[in-house]
Design a protein around this ligand. Structure first.
Ligand SMILES: Nc1nc2c(ncn2[C@@H]2O[C@H](COP(=O)(O)OP(=O)(O)OP(=O)(O)O)[C@@H](O)[C@H]2O)c(=O)[nH]1
Length: 318
């Protein structure tokens, strides 16, 4: 019988115990023959304690796991296995050295059969990949937060144009696939140039933010999207909403913003900040592409401006 302190060569034994990974050798009966020093502080078990014990008695949680299957395959069929990382990342109940109540160590495990003196053995190598996993998790978190930020308009805090482009394409395809309704609002602040000229660009930004927040607050369904389309123009994507329902939503937004009573510039010719809104709705025959739907909403918005502002115009009217 061989264990980490009783190998034939003291030099080999010393090297085995210096390895920065766990090394276990089991015989054909799954009994532990080698258990190197790396394992003791991480498992709470010394080589002397586990010697000649079944690997699956020492680690009962291995039963039914990929590691058990790999060990059995190694001993029966001489098959070597590297356990995929997508599987359980903590197959052995090991913790950081000296911290038995700490987080389990993420592991990569390789299982290799070999024959010695006519007997079959199985070498199990366990590597601590917690550092790499931590780095991967941090990178994923970072990528996720970058992606989230890249979809948010920096000034107003609602979705930006990039998000709008993705969302309108997605919703149009969904409406086509499932034969559903979809409406689009294009929303523009009336005479905003006059506002900026009178109050200054900074207060203009404050006004844009207030309007954006008012718009977002009026959209009640989780699937609705409020986005800054560009400059002083906003958009609302309303899935499962007919043109008539969208007209209702648009009027509610328009009335709500007017009711905020944000004082306008004298040159605007109106006491408070108001909105003009163009509405267009998906139809299989006519408005069945993103660009065409946006163009129709834009034409309706233009008609609302032309007809005096502070108005909602639905595609086909005006
Ligand atoms: N403060 C501020 N102003 C912006 C921003 N983006 C666009 N604008 C201003 O919005 C104004 C838009 O003016 P116009 O396109 O002439 O339209 P308008 O004065 O709103 O007139 P109508 O749309 O016809 O009612 C311009 O003065 C732009 O400078 C922004 O991010 N911040």
């Amino acid at each position: 019988m061989t264990n980490s302190t009783e190998t034939d060569s003291p030099l080999a034994s010393r090297a085995l115990n210096l390895l920065d990974c766990g090394v276990i050798v089991v015989d054909a009966n799954h009994e532990i023959m080698v258990w190197n020093a790396w394992l003791a502080p991480r498992s709470g078990r010394s080589a002397a304690r586990v010697r000649k014990q079944s690997l699956f008695d020492v680690f009962p949680t291995l039963r039914g796991s990929r590691v058990e299957a790999a060990v059995l395959a190694a001993l029966a069929d001489n098959t070597a296995t590297a356990i995929p990382l997508s599987d359980n990342r903590t197959p052995f109940p090991l913790r950081q050295a000296g911290s038995f109540d700490g987080a389990p160590i993420d592991q990569s495990v390789a299982v290799t059969p070999f024959d010695e003196d006519g007997e079959r053995y199985c070498l199990i190598e366990i590597r601590d990949i917690s550092g790499a996993m931590d780095r991967e998790r941090r990178l994923l978190d970072h990528a996720e937060s970058l992606r989230a930020r890249s979809y948010v308009d920096g000034l107003t805090g609602i979705a930006n144009r990039r998000y709008f482009d993705v969302a309108i394409d997605r919703e149009l395809r969904r409406a086509q696939r499932h034969d559903r309704e979809l409406s689009l609002l294009l929303i523009d602040i009336d005479s905003f140039k006059a506002y900026n000229d009178h109050f200054g660009h900074q207060q203009g930004d404050t006004c844009l933010t207030a309007v954006a927040q008012a718009l977002a607050g009026q959209l009640k369904r989780p699937a609705d999207v409020a986005a800054r389309y560009g400059g002083e123009e906003f958009a609302a994507i309303l899935p499962d909403t007919t043109a008539e329902q969208a007209r209702g939503v648009a009027n509610a937004i328009r009335e709500h913003v007017a009711s905020l009573g944000i004082p306008h510039a004298p040159a605007a010719g109106r006491p408070c900040v108001t909105l003009s809104i163009g509405v267009a709705s998906f139809s299989k025959e006519r408005l069945n592409e993103t660009a065409v739907l946006i163009e129709a909403a834009d034409k309706a918005l233009y008609a609302a401006k032309h007809n005096g502002r502070n108005l909602v115009v639905v595609d086909g009217e005006g």
